[in-house]
Design a protein around this ligand. Structure first.
Ligand code: GDP
Length: 639
């Protein structure tokens, strides 16, 4: 499906021509019929000889309504420029063509209208020459010019064939799988409720789908869909659609809102845009200037921050970061129009390079300018790689969305980059890569692994007695989202680069190391313990004797078993005590604390501390004043 838009100076015969071509009166508002002038968008459709239907948007030509005209241009793929043969190129002919040029509308066709009023063939030739030479300095140089009269019918069949030829050569509208509908009309129909219309872009919509209205994120459901007054189950990109919504009232929606599926687009209040000042205009774009920015059917005030030169003169281009007064829905590659708020004049247009800049850019930052220039490159591989480099790691499908590629393109680019070892397939389907596969940039992946290894090395050096670095600490130092960071650590453990102890991580092969002084201190402590192994000196004393690091190592490494804050038994003594208690319990069935104290030959304090510790492990079980074997105490092994 495709959309053709009219354009041209007021009264040159646009609406009349649409009526003759389609049989539909596009001037829908009473006010227009009274004033005989188009002040807002009008809509109609046309069936080509091939059977294909073309949507038509009729725009107002009067200078007071240029901003209404802009709400229609975003949906055009081709324009029908109407120039009256008796008047020739006029101011709004120029302004409309400038806007179509700045928006990079792909196709254009000229109807030299009211040819019945042209005085003889010579006049007709002159009028055609004037239009041709005017178009020569635009992207539409060489477009067909068809002389027509809506009054006599002359040239209408030729115009029809020219329209058919124009669209016959045009590829279908791209389908990115994420529809957006820039809303140009909102009204209510009795028996139906809220209806919105617009030109559907970037993906299909179907009846029954949950949708969201941006920027306010209001929810609604599609109750019905119509294209050219025909009800449909679903609508394809490029069609003019009327959407009947349930769950939302007319007062909650307005022109400029964008209907999308939840989670596919985010409104933005800032954008990096390559601005082109209108060549034939008289005004430059200045820094810190308040302008009106038009995108889709929306408009907002926006403040400029020129990133390169101080001023963009007519015919020149430059990078501008805009701060938007009202959030908009922008995607990379969208075109925008810039106007001065008052008096309302068109100053230029722009191409959105980055709809979600990470930050406010400094002026004259060469790195940013280089990065932005790179995004201009249209080679999908470069755009994809650039996005991956910035994200570091992402799903293939999400990268495609960021790069403005459709799904099949993103998958094939990812596979190509994988084959040439420019991309690391990280998880999800690897052979072959799919939309859900997680991929990483080779450089960034290397930086992250080096950073993890470096952190671990530093940790081991500073704390040679620790088994490993707490995982949470590793995660907090890594500049990477936790979900990806955990994947990275898993991958590094799987490849043998590090040892994963769950709560801690260590370099592969790392063993705690004692120096001579530490070994000596431990030997002294063991000696001190052996004087009464079942009633060792308090652990406070132990920490003092060993120092906090060595004390932590003593417990961490299992040399000592901590049963309370202040009681740590040597491992051998602990095993001996537990063995004795279990033996006695198997033989006698139960023991009191006093009996345990006697079995161990230690004081009640130690016996009780050990029993409570064994209760917690389930080796013993308390039963009133008695202890019995617990669920974990039945076997021969220790808990
Ligand atoms: P728009 O403002 O460009 O949409 O122009 P309209 O379609 O409203 O036409 C403006 C005026 O020109 C109307 O009075 C039409 O009747 C008249 N008009 C349109 N087409 C022709 C034509 O081919 N020949 C003549 N003689 N008059 C025309």
């Amino acid at each position: 499906m495709h959309v053709l838009g009219t354009s041209g100076h007021v009264d040159h015969g646009k609406s009349t021509l649409v009526r003759v071509l389609t049989g539909i009166d596009p001037d829908r508002l009473r006010e227009e019929q009274q004033r005989q002038m188009t002040i807002d968008l009008g809509f109609a459709w046309l069936t080509l000889p091939s059977g294909e239907e073309i949507g038509i948007v009729d725009v107002p030509g009067h200078r007071d309504f240029v901003e209404n005209m802009l709400a229609g241009v975003g949906g055009f793929e081709a324009a029908l420029l109407v120039v009256a043969a008796d008047e020739g190129v006029r101011p709004q002919t120029r302004e409309h063509v400038a806007i179509l040029d700045l928006m990079e509308v792909p196709g254009l066709l000229v109807a030299l209208s009211k040819i019945d009023l042209a005085d003889g063939p010579e006049w007709r030739t002159l009028a055609m020459e004037e239009v041709a030479s005017f178009l020569a300095s635009t992207r539409f140089a060489g477009s067909s010019i068809i002389p027509v009269s809506a009054k006599t019918g002359e040239g209408i069949p030729e115009l029809m064939s020219a329209i058919a030829a124009l669209f016959g050569a045009m590829p279908p509208r791209k389908d990115l799988g994420r529809p957006r509908l820039a809303i140009d009309r909102v009204f209510s129909m009795s028996g139906f409720g809220t209806v919105v219309t617009g030109t559907l872009a970037d993906g299909p919509l179907s009846v029954g789908e949950e949708v969201q209205l941006l920027p306010e994120r209001k929810k609604a459901r599609i109750r019905g869909l119509q294209t050219h007054r025909q009800s449909m189950g679903s609508a394809v990109p490029g069609s003019r659609v009327a959407v009947n919504l349930s769950g939302i009232s007319v007062s909650e929606v307005r022109r400029g809102d964008v209907l999308v599926k939840e989670g596919t687009y985010d409104p933005t209040a800032r954008a990096d845009i390559l601005v082109r000042a209108w060549k034939a205009g008289e005004e430059s774009v200045e820094n810190q200037e308040e302008m009106k920015l038009f995108a889709g059917t929306a408009q907002t005030l926006a403040r400029t921050r020129l990133l390169g030169e101080d001023r963009i003169r007519p015919g020149e281009s430059g990078w501008v970061q805009f701060d938007l007064a009202r959030p908009m829905i922008l995607a990379r590659g969208d075109h925008v129009i810039l106007r001065r708020p008052s008096p309302g004049t068109t100053v230029g247009g722009g191409w959105v390079a980055e709809p979600h800049p990470e930050r406010r850019h400094r002026r004259g930052d060469a790195k940013i300018l280089r990065q932005l220039a790179e995004t201009l490159s249209q080679d999908p591989r470069d755009v994809f790689r650039e996005r991956l480099r910035r994200a570091g790691v992402a799903r293939v499908g999400d990268l495609g969305v960021l790069a403005g590629l459709d799904l099949s393109q993103s998958i094939s680019v990812a596979r190509e980059l994988h084959a040439s070892k420019n991309l690391i397939a990280w998880s999800g389907p690897v052979e072959p890569l799919g939309a859900a596969s997680v991929v990483a940039d080779v450089e960034r992946y290397r930086e992250w692994t080096e950073s993890v290894l470096g952190e671990l090395l530093r940790f081991h050096r500073e704390r040679p007695l620790r088994r490993g670095m707490p995982r949470v600490e590793v995660l907090s130092r890594l500049k990477l989202e936790t979900r990806w960071a955990n994947l990275l650590l898993d991958a590094m453990a799987a490849s043998g680069q590090l040892a994963d102890g769950g709560a801690w991580l260590a370099l592969a092969g790392h063993l705690p190391k004692l120096d001579d002084g530490q070994a000596n201190a431990l030997a002294q402590w063991n000696l001190k313990n052996q004087a009464s192994p079942f009633a060792p000196p308090s652990w406070r004393e132990g920490i003092q004797a060993l120092g906090p690091e060595l004390a932590a190592f003593y417990v961490d490494s299992g040399l000592g078993i901590q049963v309370t804050e202040d009681i740590v038994f040597g491992a051998e003594a602990y095993q001996e005590m537990v063995g004795r208690i279990k033996n006695e319990l198997s033989a006698r069935g139960s023991l009191t604390v006093a009996q345990v104290r006697d079995v161990l030959g230690a004081s009640r304090k130690y016996a009780l501390a050990l029993l409570e510790h064994l209760d917690r492990l389930g080796v013993t079980r308390r039963d009133g004043d008695l202890r019995r074997l617990g669920p974990a105490g039945q076997g021969t092994s220790l808990a």
